[in-house]
Design a binder for this molecule. Sequence first.
Ligand SMILES: [Zn+2]
Length: 289
Amino acid sequence: MCLDENTLEIFNNIFILLSIILPLLFIIFLFYDKKRKKKFGYYLLSLIIIILIIYFRGEIMNINICESDKKINNTTTTKAVPAINSDNYVGKTSKGYTIEKKDGVYFIDGYLIVNKSYALSEDFIPENTHLKISDELCISCIDKEAYKKWLIMKNDAAAIGLNIHISSGYRSFGYQKDIYNGYVTKDGKDIADTYSARAGHSEHQSSLAFDLNSIDSSFIATNEGRWVNENAYLYGFIIRYPKGKEKITGYKYEPWHLRYVGLNLAKKLYNDGKWITMEEYFGIDSKYK
Ligand SMILES: [Zn+2]
């Protein structure tokens, strides 16, 4: 079964309300009805209905968004700009996708893009986040829709005994500048550029990316790492810097870094386990000027 995004949201709100109001009514009636002994059967029936409603709320939450709505869903998530607006038009990629720029953010085919070639402006702060951004660093300041999908993914992992958690979420332009400069001091610019983004070039500033668990290459050797690599696309996430694509992305393999792109694109980039990068898919570079 599938529902469009708005219907799903309405269903969810109704179920939240019912699962709060009905148990309250049940308790109130049970304690204030003087003939409660006679009506015990009705109360029992009500309790069963309440339990069923709470149960089906969980089922509804797992209903997928309809195939026809996925593209719309993806574009809203990635803060798409309207199709071909001449004010935003920048050009075409080598594969013919439209590049647009709006409010200091680049979009390709409606997908927000950040890499070494495409930067976010210094003053760009995402607005549509699960928690409002009020600090330089914030683990739960993730794009609202990405965060919803993350919670489902985390619960599904937990159901089979795997523990995945966000270790690093939103990072501001200023914070990224400080950590990148710290790495340059430690390892030199050339090496730092292989594992840390310069300010404005980090996906963490977009609120659409986050790091999981140990933020270490050993992550892929864990059950959690393997499961994430094989299943993240089912929730709309991609391994943004896959193994063997270092020269294309400009970054070493990062099995812990996930980027939300929505179900449609994630499935294409997963490519039956042979990951394609956003750079290859759209036909763009990732190189500092
Ligand atoms: Zn990361």
